[in-house]
Design a protein around this ligand. Sequence first.
Ligand code: GLU
Length: 450
Amino acid sequence: MSLMSGPVVRFAPSPTGRIHIGNARTALLNYLAAARLGGRFVLRFDDTDLARSTDEFARSIELDLAWLGIAPHLTVRQSARIALYEQASETLKARGLLYPAYETAAELDRRRRLKQARGLPPVYDRAALALTDADRAKLEAEGRRPHWRFRLEHKVVEWSDGVRGHCHIDCASLSDPVLVREDGSFLYTLPSVIDDVDLGITDVIRGEDHVTNTAVQIQLFEALAGEGRAPRFAHHNLLVDASGGGLSKRSGALSIASLRESGVEALAVAAVAVLTGSSDEVHAVGSLRELGQMFDLAHISRNAAKFDPDELQSLTQKTLHILDFESVRDRLALHDIVGAHAEAFWLAVRGNLGTFRDVVDWWRVVAGDIAPVIEDADFCRVAAGLLPVEPWDEGVWGAWTNAVKAATGRKGKALFHPLRLALTGREQGPELARLLPLIGHSRSVVRLGA
Ligand code: GLU
């Protein structure tokens, strides 16, 4: 991947569950950061945990991203890249940067507690570094297998974070992280860095829960790719629910799939996901492009991004109200809403939709069969007789109701409401000036009971 093509970002979910709006925040921040500068978006499945990762979850994540409007330029799976990780870990072992340690979890725990009791930081004491070849052979003869730790340089690692500004972590205060387990499987840290190097990732944009991993990862970038070769980092605040609690991947209701099924608009999810917890007010947008134009990582706050799920419903309506015909043409066609009137229909009804699916009802009103409600049969018959001849445009409603008013003496609600009930079968709805030309003369006559 060429570095000349703008930023290269990645979204790296583990396919161990459905993604929720908080994950969508990370995905969208990455996507917008790349898209606005003509960059690339890599979807990386962190599926090395074979017991919990499934193809089905991976497919659902792809589907959710597509629904949000994100088309990855490249998709990779860590489970298919193990050979690369093995090669890199052998290199690190040969350079003495990855060393074997044999302590059991119980031993480590005991040592940690002893340190804490003495008021010392519970950092791994590197005892394994003092083992001789003979010690190791003895431990292995006892049936122990090593896990492998990365030997951190005890220095202060600094980076300029795209959200948090200048950050620094003193690596002397960290335990050498375990990168490879006893069974040879890899923990998240090493494959992540190897992939970021291999795929030419220029910007790592992720949740602030990963800040503590960053110093270790920067040292790994330096070990694997050379000094100064770490990508730029930006750690965004996490979406939390109204009570301040985090959103778990398993908390069904806010999964992208269930939001989609409940009729929430993708652009409403995107606006909430991107703008919450930033200096930009959450508001409806007509496209991801529009969202990208105002987007700036530097606008993200360092406070928690508190969000109210109810906002998604109201924002869905506001979004529908501003969507232009082109952006919904294909979705309307899925409901057989096609033809010369489709655009006029959309512009007439979009302001009255609670969710997109309501178009089906309104399409029936203009082009199908409904049960008219006749309050006053004589009045409706008189009105039917006054309908102008076609062709009709939006002026027809005014001309017609003026004629009905003159003939019957009715005005205001007494004039309009029975006409609405007869023509649409509903108490309320889009402006009749827009609907009437779509309903047409012959259907109107029938509904008015003439
Ligand atoms: N799989 C990791 C996660 O979902 C990726 C973290 C990262 O972006 O480096 O938290």
